[in-house]
Design a protein around this ligand. Structure first.
Ligand SMILES: CC(C)(COP(=O)(O)OP(=O)(O)OC[C@H]1O[C@@H](n2cnc3c(N)ncnc32)[C@H](O)[C@@H]1OP(=O)(O)O)[C@@H](O)C(=O)NCCC(=O)NCCS
Length: 207
């Protein structure tokens, strides 16, 4: 009994030390990448593995203060966060934002407000990746000419785990997207939506 408790303490301690070391290393790495890409940013956090960022020559990324890009974290386990900016895409992330092991792929414009929570394993796109015309899809160049439309996620939005936010969508302030939703239409402020495609569930934050 005593030995089991002792070994458990050692294991927990080992995990803790491992996590602290990895977190510091990943944060230093993230700051280096942001410096190399010349990204304006405040305090950022990450951990649980190298956080991937790829920005095209004309792409723009702006990150606010106190932004946490969790990797392999709790609900998001074992996924990592990845930001990809293509062409002249502009991705703006506000202050006090938490993005848990999610993918943001920007080819036009994605704006994330302040105090936004994006749950583990979400995907946010402002484009369709492939051409809608099957003949054009056969051509590698034309295939890449895809429809794009800006995405806006307003302040205090909470997006549940494994949700997909499609192009052209605005999610109004303080609204909630239920877990596993596919959002294809804009959501007004102070509402909960869910499902595939996401539909109105209820009004929230009514005083
Ligand atoms: C959205 C959520 C917060 C709603 O919780 P709630 O306010 O307690 O809502 P309820 O459970 O009372 O459900 C209200 C209605 O929404 C529906 N609903 C709840 N979750 C849903 C979902 N994921 N998809 C579709 N519909 C959903 C319920 O079936 C219910 O429908 P009904 O009124 O027809 O019976 C919760 O269901 C959820 O998705 N939690 C996951 C949180 C998460 O992913 N966190 C991220 C961690 S990284």
């Amino acid at each position: 009994m005593y030995i089991r408790k002792f070994l458990k303490k050692i294991t927990v301690g080992f995990y803790f030390i491992q996590r602290v070391i990895i977190q510091h290393f990943c944060k230093a790495w993230l700051n280096t990448i942001l410096f190399l890409y010349n990204v304006p940013h405040g305090n950022v956090k990450t951990g649980g593995g190298i956080f991937r960022i790829r920005i095209s020559r004309k792409g723009v990324l702006k990150i606010g203060d106190n932004v946490n890009f969790a990797n392999k974290w709790e609900v998001g386990y074992p996924l990592k966060s990845y930001i990809r900016i293509k062409g002249s895409g502009v991705l703006t992330i506000g202050n006090n934002v938490g993005i848990n092991s999610s993918l943001i792929f920007c080819d036009n414009s994605i704006t994330i407000g302040n105090h936004v929570h994006i749950g583990g394993g979400c995907k946010v796109f402002d484009n369709d990746f492939h051409n809608m015309n099957y003949m054009d899809r056969r051509d590698p160049v034309l295939n890449g000419l895809t429809k794009t439309s800006p995405v806006v996620i307003e302040d205090d939005v909470f997006i549940g785990t494994s949700s997909i936010i499609c192009k052209g969508v605005t999610i109004g302030a303080r609204s909630i997207v239920a877990a596993g939703s596919v959002v294809t239409k804009s959501i007004p402020h102070d509402e909960m939506w869910g499902g595939n495609p996401a539909k109105f569930i209820k009004k929230i934050n009514i005083q």
